[in-house]
Design a protein around this ligand. Structure first.
Ligand SMILES: Cc1ncc(C[n+]2csc(CCOP(=O)(O)OP(=O)(O)O)c2C)c(N)n1
Ligand code: SF4
Ligand SMILES: [Mg+2]
Length: 265
């Protein structure tokens, strides 16, 4: 984990972390630390809030103002922090289950309000912490502990969901494309209003094993091969886009921010 510049942002006495070897979550946490470093934010001006899950353990390792809250409710706690201290950069770290299953309601309403919170979704398509149950982002026909015959649900596209609900900045990156991911997280933090980065992670222990995805290297190769930037995709013929997933920046608009509007009252 230690990599010079960003080491100062970690509570090194809390390491090693709990994540399995090959888990993608550490790459996203590193990208977040790098984005904060590149933006030159003061530690005490940042508040990182999480729910519960493997992903939600990240703020425990990060040396900022941090809150590890209850499953699905990170955005509710973060809303309270942002309203009380609008000058803080409030960043929510959450999992696909945490933010789009139990926390789905908080997600859509935070987006609808356009409150100045940045949400980073550590999206590994499964409930990692509790043993591989399928989540709202598990692809149709994929397997999980609770979908032993295959998942018949359709998956949420969390970036589209947030954008449709009113988020004013949305993007998607992956743990393979770590530099781009850092760039999106940076832009999301700088953005005024509700911003969300759907950070595609890998869970080799549950999602990988249940779906016979092979080694961590195979899973990373899959991210490399199957995600294409939306700007590139726009220029490709339909047949070349079949089976590919989009990454990049999807929505970037300016609209009144909630805590500003609240102050005006
Ligand atoms: C109210 C409540 N319901 C259920 C749980 C059990 N629980 C803990 S983490 C989790 C899912 C985590 O999945 P996700 O948010 O995708 O994070 P990951 O572990 O995959 O990073 C669940 C169901 C809980 N802690 N609290
Ligand atoms: S169970 Fe999955 S998400 Fe959790 S630490 Fe292990 S690899 Fe990561
Ligand atoms: Mg998950």
């Amino acid at each position: 984990m230690s990599s010079g510049i960003v080491e100062q942002y970690f509570r090194n006495d809390r390491l090693p972390h709990i994540w399995c070897p090959g888990c993608g979550h550490g790459i996203i946490m590193h990208s977040l630390a790098k984005a904060i470093d590149e933006l030159g934010l003061e530690k005490d001006k940042v508040c990182i809030v999480s729910g519960i899950g493997c992903s939600s353990r990240a703020p425990g390792y990060m040396d900022f103002n941090t809150l590890h809250t209850t499953h699905g409710r990170a955005l509710a706690f973060a809303t309270g922090v942002k309203l009380a201290r609008p000058e803080l950069e409030v960043i929510v770290v959450t999992g696909d289950g945490d933010c789009s299953a139990i926390g789905g309601n908080h997600l859509i309403h935070s987006a609808r309000r356009n409150i100045g919170i940045t949400t980073i979704v550590f999206n590994n398509n499964i409930y990692g912490m509790t043993g591989g149950q399928y989540s709202p982002t598990t692809p149709t026909n994929d397997f999980g502990t609770t979908a032993p015959y295959g998942n018949i649900d359709k998956a949420f596209d969390i970036a589209s969901l947030a954008g449709g609900a009113g988020a004013t900045y949305t993007a998607r990156g992956t743990v393979f494309h770590a530099n781009q991911l850092t760039k999106y997280i940076k832009t999301a933090i700088e953005h005024k209003g509700f911003s969300l980065v759907d950070a595609i992670s890998i869970c080799p222990t549950y999602y990988g094993r249940k779906n016979k995805k092979g080694s961590v290297v195979n899973m990373m190769q899959w991210l490399k091969d199957s995600f294409i930037d939306i700007k590139v995709a726009d220029k490709l013929p339909e047949e070349k886009k079949a089976g590919k997933h989009l990454m990049g920046e999807f929505k970037k608009v300016t609209e009144p921010e909630y805590t500003d509007e609240y102050q005006k009252l």
